[in-house]
Every structure is written in C-alpha cells, then in structure tokens.
Ligand binder design. Structure first.
Ligand code: GDD
Ligand code: MG
Length: 327
C-alpha cells in the first residue's frame, strides 16, 4: 500500500520552534514529528510513503535520513513549485508517480499524531466498495475541522469544512482511502482543496466514512506540542518511543547535576547540560540546551541550543534555536 502524505503547511503557530525547521522535521520527544506518522503507516502495511512537500524537502530529507530503515517503508519526496492546496498536492504527487501509483492508495494530512486503526479503514473501504473512504474522529468542538455526516450504511451525506460552530460531531481525521478515479475530479496544476472542492462533489457518489477510535491530535500549538510529548511518554498514544520513566525521557550524552530535579514530566534531549539545583518540570529541552545552576524551567519548550541563565525562572516560555533566556 502507498500513502501520499501532505506536508506543505508552514506550521506558523509553532513559531519560533518552526523558524529553523519545518514542522514535520521538528523533534517531538526523540524523533522528527513526521516519523510517528511514517511508523504508524508502516505498522498498518504501508510500504511506500510519498511526502508531498510545499517547499525545499532537503531539511526534511536530512531529518528523516534514518527513518526508512527504522520504519521499514520507502520514502519518496515530491515538491510542488507552488502550494496547490490539499487536492492539488495529491494530484501533483500522483502525476509525479505516474504508473507507479497503485489503483488504490491512502492520502493523509501530515500534521497529526495518531494511532487510529488504519487497517479498519482499509477494510471498510474494501467491503463498502467505495471510491473514497474517510477516517472520522469524534470531537466535542468541530468548528475548526471538516464536519462529516454519515448514514447508517456509512455513506457520507454531508461534508462541511470549518463550520465555525462549536458543536460536537464526527470530523474528518485527514486520512482517506482513495481510488485513482478520484484524481479525475482534480484539475492538474490548479490550487484545489479536497475538503472544499472535491469531497462535496463525492457526496452520494461512492464516498463513505468510518469512525475510528484511539488517539488523534493536531500538534499545531506549543501547548499541544507539550501535551503530545506527555501523551507519548505516558503511553496515551501508541508509539515506538521507550521512555526513561513514565513521563520522562533523558537522552544520551546529557550532563545532569546530581541535585537537579527533573520531572515529573520532562524531555532532556541528547547533549543537554543541567546545572546544580536546577529544576526542569513539564518542559521539553531539545538537543544541546544549557540550564544554569539553580534555574527553574516550567511548562516551556526550548529549541536546540537554548541557554537559560543561572538562577533564572521561566514559565510558559517557547524559545527558538540558540536563544539566551531570559532575553
Ligand atoms: N503539499 C501541500 N500543499 N500540503 C498542504 C497544502 C498544499 O498546498 N495545504 C495544506 N497542506 C497540508 C498541511 O501541511 C497539513 O498537513 C494538511 O495538508 C492539512 O492542512 P491544514 O492547513 O493543516 O488543514 P486544517 O488542519 O485546517 O484542516 C484539515 O485537517 C483537519 C484535521 O486536522 C482538513 O482536512 C479538515 O477537514 C480536517 O478536519
Ligand atoms: Mg491541520
């Protein structure tokens, strides 16, 4: 099975973390964010992942250098000359693959952390003989998502992108099984949205939805980035990460003073140095951060190479690569 994964967005809400790396390459706990998706896809039988990139894929390629081997799936990169929208990007990637693309394939938004049962989605697509089958996820507030109504037979009766209404409902989880014939609905070289332009036209034309249970989260903000880190380290989402202790990951080659307090929730990435009597709580320190003696770091995310001054106290901080805190 092949999967086209959309990774063209810029991740602006995660700035300054995404100032130096694109969001899919940003480290989440101990690996690039996108590695979770690739490993999850591979665990459901995906053998080839096609990354539909909006800008230069080199940074991403470097970040994912070990991932083909780790996940056991081939990774291909396709870069659009300009953003073509969610459907336009799928069409562009499909055209780039040409005859290498199977009759049936997966297409996914690349910005969620999830362990939903993709195999069940593939099974439902097969048994429902659909042209498109959408994975759905129940949420309390559907305003910012694609709201999907289905009949008892699973056929989608309505698809509304971003209603803006804070009502509960089953939303588009951004994972689709598609037949190649769906590509005919997407004009080549144009900016087309799958949610606004394609799905509404597929209602009543062989489009089904299946509610999936499990973990599903968009890590679009620093708060969600932190929450996702704890969910990974506490096992709320199924991943391949092996915590040092529940809620905590201490990387290799860290220097932590004996009387420093780490946790209850913390990531201290490889190469970090934590000085005497420092306190790291509910925070993520990416590679090579330096925490001075007696400093207190709470509810914060520190990009690689951040230095926190001795005795400083920071809370709710998001520091970009190489910054000195306090500024
Ligand atoms: N290559 C490429 N080109 N990728 C794109 C483009 C593009 O022009 N536009 C968006 N993407 C990628 C983004 O990087 C992201 O991974 C995915 O497509 C979805 O785009 P978002 O901008 O994150 O959309 P959203 O979160 O507002 O809404 C979408 O996701 C929701 C679930 O998280 C929709 O699919 C909703 O219906 C859905 O509920
Ligand atoms: Mg999104």
């Amino acid at each position: 099975m092949q999967a086209i994964v959309l990774v063209g967005g810029e991740g602006t809400r995660l700035r300054p973390l995404t100032e130096t790396v694109p969001k899919p390459a940003l480290t989440l706990v101990d690996r690039p964010f996108l590695a979770y998706m690739i490993e999850w896809l591979a665990s459901h039988g995906v053998t080839e992942v096609v990354l539909a990139c909006g800008f230069l894929p080199d940074v991403l390629r470097n970040a994912l250098a070990d991932e083909e081997e780790r996940a056991g799936a081939r990774i291909r990169y396709v870069a659009e000359p300009e953003p073509l929208g969610t459907a336009g990007a799928i069409r562009f990637a499909a055209d780039a693959l040409g005859g290498d693309l199977d009759e049936r394939f997966l297409a996914l938004n690349g910005d969620v952390l999830t362990d939903l049962n993709l195999s069940a989605l593939l099974g439902a697509h097969e048994s429902g003989q659909a042209r498109a089958t959408l994975g759905l996820y129940p949420v309390g507030d559907s305003a910012a998502y694609g709201l999907v109504q289905t009949g008892l037979d699973g056929a989608v009766s309505e698809f509304t992108e971003k209603t803006g209404k804070a009502a509960p409902g089953e939303v588009n989880a951004g994972m689709y099984v598609l037949e190649r014939s769906v590509l005919d609905l997407i004009p080549a070289g144009e900016n087309v949205s799958i949610e606004r332009d394609v799905f509404p036209r597929l209602v009543g034309e062989g489009m089904n939805g299946l509610r999936l249970d499990g973990y599903w989260m968009d890590i679009g903000t620093p708060e969600r980035y932190l929450q996702a880190s704890w969910d990974i380290l506490e096992g709320a989402v199924d991943t391949r990460v092996e915590p040092t202790a529940p809620g905590v990951l201490i990387g290799d080659g860290t220097e932590i003073a004996g009387d420093a307090a780490i946790g209850p929730r913390a990531v201290v990435a490889p190469g970090c140095r934590v000085g005497p009597a420092a306190e790291i709580r509910d925070s993520v320190l990416l590679t090579g951060c330096e925490i001075g003696a007696g400093a207190r770091v709470r509810d914060s995310v520190l990009a690689p190479g951040v230095a926190v001054a001795a005795g400083a106290s920071i809370e709710g901080e998001v520091a970009g690569e190489g910054e000195r805190v306090p500024r």
